[in-house]
Design a protein around this ligand. Structure first.
Ligand code: KG4
Ligand code: ZN
Length: 365
């Protein structure tokens, strides 16, 4: 399909309500005409995690405003669009349903084609939106809800090499922050403390490194941190500022080393596919971590693989990635009809063994 396409994207699978408009002429760099993201952090702050009912209600209330704002910002009307892309899963079902129902309403009213997008495919295709990356490339999704290695072979074919069997790394950062009395989201807070700490003071485990493959586990690290914290408190009657910094530094180093070693293994499998322009791209909030990013860059440099980290606003949840994935799927001939279902679980790679567990942000893939 060689025509220029302008797509609206809708995202509501977790705690960000988002709408975006993307235009793409084949051969050209895609243009993000608008990308509106309304976070719900304040709504969930008092509860220590995302409350699905509150999230669903906020999506239902705010989605149409976000769509309207995205259209205003792009200077377009619904009639100027060529299609509507919507996250149809995986995620918190109330939110996904809000988005899918809105997309169906818009499609019915306008006659525009509608494309259901897997949220993880949205993340995984982002390096093509930002850097026009050629297939096949290796993708590491690391956020509060996701953690997996994928080889993106095409817009429809993703091969999962492994992922977390329990918590996502962002979730582990958030729980660590909670255990140490630091603010949420925990990642930036733990990173700031870690910068002033001594990582060698506590010997935290490197879970699953003794086993082959790319699967990971982060919940044991959180337990190790809890034990180390309690031991310090039992010995000294409390935590000093330096104790907290050292605990953060040791925890962060453990996560970074696990991710680096598993990335080495994932790269080895990926390189067997003999990619013409080998590349690893990361997505998700944890990719903002300076130490993790630096260690991944080193692993890639040693393997002769290009390292890409799209800008953070496109790495974290947004609707531009959904609009883009919708365009890619539409060009590949995929369109949905009114039977499009909202799916709480939707593995990107149906042939891979299912992942165990579920993160703080609901159902995983
Ligand atoms: O991708 P994201 O915005 O949302 C989803 O989880 O989908 O990622 C948020 C997660 C949070 O758990 C947050 O603590 C973590 O990313 N995070 C970080 C850093 N910045 C954000 N983790 C480690 N280091 C950081 N600098
Ligand atoms: Zn996400």
């Amino acid at each position: 399909m060689t025509q220029t396409l302008t797509f609206l994207g809708i995202e509501s699978s977790c705690d960000d309500t988002a709408a975006a408009v993307i235009r793409h002429a084949p051969g050209d760099v895609p243009q993000i005409l608008a990308s509106v993201v309304e976070g719900q952090t304040a709504l969930h702050a008092a509860f220590g995690g995302v409350v699905p009912e509150i999230a669903a209600r906020a999506h239902a209330e705010r989605l149409d405003h976000c769509v309207e704002q995205a259209l205003v910002e792009s200077g377009l009307a619904l009639r100027d669009l060529d299609g509507i892309a919507v996250t149809a899963g995986p995620g918190l079902i109330g939110g996904v349903l809000s988005g899918v129902m809105l997309a169906k309403g818009l499609a019915a009213a306008t006659g525009l084609p509608m494309v259901g997008v897997n949220h993880l495919a949205g993340h995984a295709l982002t390096p093509r939106l930002t850097d026009q990356l050629a297939f096949p490339y290796l993708m590491l999704l690391v956020s509060g809800g996701h953690c997996q290695f994928l080889i993106a072979h095409s817009a429809e074919r993703f091969q999962r090499l492994g992922g977390t069997i329990d918590d996502a790394p962002g979730e582990a950062f958030d729980k660590t922050a909670k255990l140490l009395g630091l603010p949420q989201p925990g990642g930036p807070a733990v990173q700031a403390e870690a910068a002033l700490g001594n990582a060698k003071r506590f010997a935290f485990p490197r879970p699953l490194l003794d086993r082959p493959g790319c699967d990971m586990s982060f919940s044991g690290l959180k337990t190790a941190l809890l034990r180390a914290r309690d031991a310090v408190i039992a010995e000294r009657g409390g935590l000093t500022v330096q104790d907290r910094r050292d605990l953060c530094a040791a925890f962060q180093l453990a996560v970074a080393e696990v991710l680096a070693e598993k990335t080495r293994r994932a790269l080895a499998i990926y390189l067997e596919h003999d990619p013409a322009q080998p590349a690893l791209a990361v997505a998700g909030g944890v990719a903002a971590n300076t130490l993790i990013r630096a260690m991944l860059e080193t692993v890639c440099a040693k393997a002769g693989v290009r390292f890409l980290a799209p800008p953070l606003r496109l790495c974290t949840d947004n609707a531009a990635m959904i609009a883009w994935a919708g365009i890619e799927r539409f060009r590949a001939g995929m369109v949905d009809d009114m039977a499009l279902a909202a799916r709480p679980r939707w593995p990107l790679d149906a042939t891979a063994a299912p992942m165990i567990g579920s993160g703080k942000k609901g159902a995983k893939a």
